[in-house]
Design a protein around this ligand. Sequence first.
Ligand code: EZ4
Ligand code: CO
Length: 463
Amino acid sequence: MTTQHPTSTEHASTGAADPRDVDARDVDARDPGPASATTSTASRTAPPARTARPGSAIRSAEVLVTSPDRNFVTLRITTEDGVVGLGDATLNGRELSVVSYLRDHVVPLLVGRDAHRIEDTWQFLYRSAYWRRGPVTMAAIAAVDVALWDIKARYARMPLYQLLGGASRNGIMAYGHASGRDLPELFDSIRRHQDLGFRSIRVQTSVPGIDAVYGVAAQPSSGGRYDYEPAQRAPLPAEEDWDTRAYLRHIPAVFEAVRNEFGPELPLLHDGHHRMTPIQAARLGKDLEPYDLFWLEDCTPAENQEALRLVRQHTTTPLAIGEVFNTVWDYQTVIREQLIDYVRSAVTHTGGISALRRILDFAAQYQIKSGIHGPTDISPVGMAAALHLDLAIHNFGIQEYMQHGARTDEVFRQSFTFTDGFLHPGEQNGLGVVYDDEVADRFEYQPAYLPFNRLKDGTVHDW
Ligand code: EZ4
Ligand code: CO
């Protein structure tokens, strides 16, 4: 798979300035205004969404695939004015499905539409497909939605968060991923994250009796990256092990040791990654109460929202869920019944900024806060979208932040900052991300899979 960007060379940029903003600066002069928009609409048979403002009509939509440190799928939309917007469409381990959904079924619908009509385009893509929801569909819609928000903010010559209502805070508290095979490695990892500036830390460890487990990074001694990247470039998925009883015995002691070492203040998080039954999750939540977790994430498989009722009855450990959810419907029971404390959806996997904002506004009525998903499989474009939303919403909780590799940062030139544990999307117009085709083209798509789990007797288990 190669990238598709026929106009890439004319957009190539080497300096810090974004050439798309130069395009945007002249927009007012070319904008024909409402009168000519009416004329234009009347003179054509196409629906109004396609023709209302000729300058902001979508000229091209390109699906870009690159694999600097891992695979990323990006949608780039360009208007007749030459204003460019980016959207992240990366679905870890299933990347090419979204490429096809976009290229074969969505791009032909976009060309000629008015880029300003974000809500109309969202509803059109959601409803006209007839087949609703699902990670592939919603990642594709998210990419369009985010690219159109990027474009609108570039036309407005504002950072995107200004269009979402402006800043509700000065900075975005981020948590990092510490892990270790044993306590000394784990403590070392937590200290390294503190040195990087993180003030909140997710803790994952190996479990005695389990050979390979989710969330434990390659350690510096083994020469690998210090944070955790689960997808592996290989023709087949890696097999990991699971034993819930061993896990439930081990984890509380780990958190006791971490609290003793790092004191009561440090916010600590943990990811159960959908592996427990409701009663097992209830027990873990209870056992972890003395260690005052910021949250316990994905304690049960997320398809059954009602499972959280049982967990909730038994524990005051705050619960976070939703990284594999796609729409507000996946949250209906857990939000309305106040079964969770944090919404984990990514902008990228849940229909974009428009849709996640709706979910978070619904959550706000129940004092439920955001905890937007931010692993390395969310591209810098998806992360930027999350940061603009984080800054603007009132019910912000925390933002997950796994730093991307240096090659990824070369492909996606970004404006965000990370200072003393707080992220900020920066003040560039739009999302503040520029896609460098020349660098991206050096890294071809490589098949990669997430691992899966088997129990000791060979049974496939939730990963
Ligand atoms: O396993 O993003 O909370 N973070 C996570 C991630 C997910 C990956 C899957 O693509 O659970 O590490
Ligand atoms: Co998770």
